[in-house]
Design a protein around this ligand. Structure first.
Ligand code: PNS
Length: 163
């Protein structure tokens, strides 16, 4: 059974993430979406538990996709499985530089680990969780940015979130 891990901070999950996860779920038998801490992102909008709730609400439509919250290093988490591939989305050259570095670090920590990249759908190349957080904080319309199931969650949180 082929297994893909889709790691990220998902703060919050966007339509760009959803597009990559959906396509990954068509290629692999099983997909584990790993909601993890990115220590360089110091002011999250949502707690890990809130991100998981939103992701599960959105991903329930995909029977072969599950959501987990591994703690620690991704390179260690992968060792839990006989064979798992990391799948990440790439939007632009700037993503490539960052992801290439992460790939090399992960490979140094765990030489068995393989990472594959899917190019983002062009309609989502501008989209990121940080764009969503920024727009939400100004009360902008989030249609077309985040899945409709979580628009209200993001709007509600934005009312109390301090940037
Ligand atoms: O969506 P993001 O913020 O680009 O995701 C980055 C993430 C969470 C996948 C990355 O920071 C990560 O793998 N965090 C877990 C700890 C880890 O393994 N770090 C990489 C080696 S230092």
């Amino acid at each position: 059974m082929s297994l893909a891990l889709c790691p990220g901070s998902f703060d919050p999950i966007t339509l760009g993430h959803l597009n990559i996860i959906r396509r990954t779920s068509q290629i692999f038998d099983r997909v584990v979406v790993c909601i993890m801490v990115n220590s360089s992102k110091t002011e999250p909008m949502f707690t890990i538990e809130e991100r998981v709730d939103m992701a599960r609400k959105v991903l329930v439509r995909f029977p072969n996709v599950e959501v987990e919250t591994p703690t620690g290093l991704l390179s260690d988490y992968v060792k839990k499985f006989d064979s798992a591939v990391i799948v990440k989305g790439l939007r632009a050259a700037s993503d490539f530089e960052y992801e290439f570095q992460m790939n090399l670090i992960n490979k140094m920590l765990n030489p068995q680990l393989e990472t594959m990249f899917l190019t983002a759908s062009e309609k989502y190349t501008f989209l990121s969780s940080s764009v969503v957080r920024e727009m939400a904080s100004y009360g902008a319309d989030l249609t077309g940015l985040v899945p409709c199931e979580i628009i209200e969650d993001v709007k509600e949180k934005a009312k109390i979130w301090r940037r």
